[in-house]
Design a protein around this ligand. Sequence first.
Ligand code: FAD
Length: 321
Amino acid sequence: MSRKVLVLGEVREGSLRNVSFEAVSAAKTIAEGGEVVAVLVGKSVSSLASELIQYGADRAVVVEDEKLAHYTSDGFSQAVLAVIDQEKPEGMVFGHTSLGKDLSPKLAARLQSGLISDVTSLEVVGGNIVFTRPIYSGKAFEKKVMADSFIFATIRPNNIEPLAKDESRTGEVKSVSVEIKDLRSIVKEVVRKASEGVDLSEAKIIVAGGRGVKSEEGFKPLKELADVLGAAVGASRGACDANYCDYSLQIGQTGKVVTPDLYIACGISGAIQHLAGMSNSKVIVAINKDPEANIFKVADYGIVGDLFEVLPLLTEEFKTV
Ligand code: FAD
């Protein structure tokens, strides 16, 4: 059954986030040969529409307004609901990001629709779209189909392959004017912390430190390895609680959920709450001086040793590759 499916293109600092292209790919599967319509919401975002089309969307609808310069669930839900009203889609896909996690339940409630969140893969089986998503903190996976005719899902970044970019693809880009009113919150200013390097939630390689790193200074060899690998630096809650690093780096059940191609865990014991955030990484390397550490149970490669000795060796080795 072919469907019209909307995809929200997520913009950060003037660029589309990778998960938007992954969402287009998921939407193509759901559309089953139907139309994929990218939706862009914000201020001065229309120039990004062509990139979503190059990644597989058939056309794009853009809602621009000064009041949408920064994300608010009120403003964005008014914009997206107006597009839904015009387009009458049979499905919708968002990234399972902070924005997607905030906006999608609100829209699902307004649309009286179900929502399958945090999807890691999807396929068409016997005429149904079957979604796979982790449960019990990543210890098991469940397969779900939507009981409603409207299919609404959020997809976990880094799990669904985007389609190859085709720069010759073109499609209609339509601007829609929506009156954004009665905002209950207005973002006056966004003050960013000086971010260091690669975005953790979309990183292909993560070097993460735990309490074994022992101090803020102890993160230095991790950062050096991360620089050589083009990786992001992450942390366990143990390291954050000990004030060795900022909580924005925390990975786990109450931190970020990541699925990089390579996760290098340094001085992390492997508590269940940490595993919840990283155990689906494609390749896990653990460096720990305790051979009994739980992290080795999920690791593909383990190095039993002192991270302060092992990391400089790895950094030197990778510099020569
Ligand atoms: P530890 O458990 O203290 O492990 C340190 C490891 O470093 C040890 O294995 C040790 O052998 C090794 N080590 C020490 N020195 C060296 C060295 N020189 N070289 C190599 N290895 C060394 N935790 C999270 O990470 N993320 C979460 O989101 C999270 N959410 C939680 C939610 C709840 C409700 C609760 C109750 C807990 C949560 N936790 C979370 C905390 C979790 O239970 C653990 O306490 C925490 O993950 C431990 O962090 P750690 O592995 O860095 O520290």
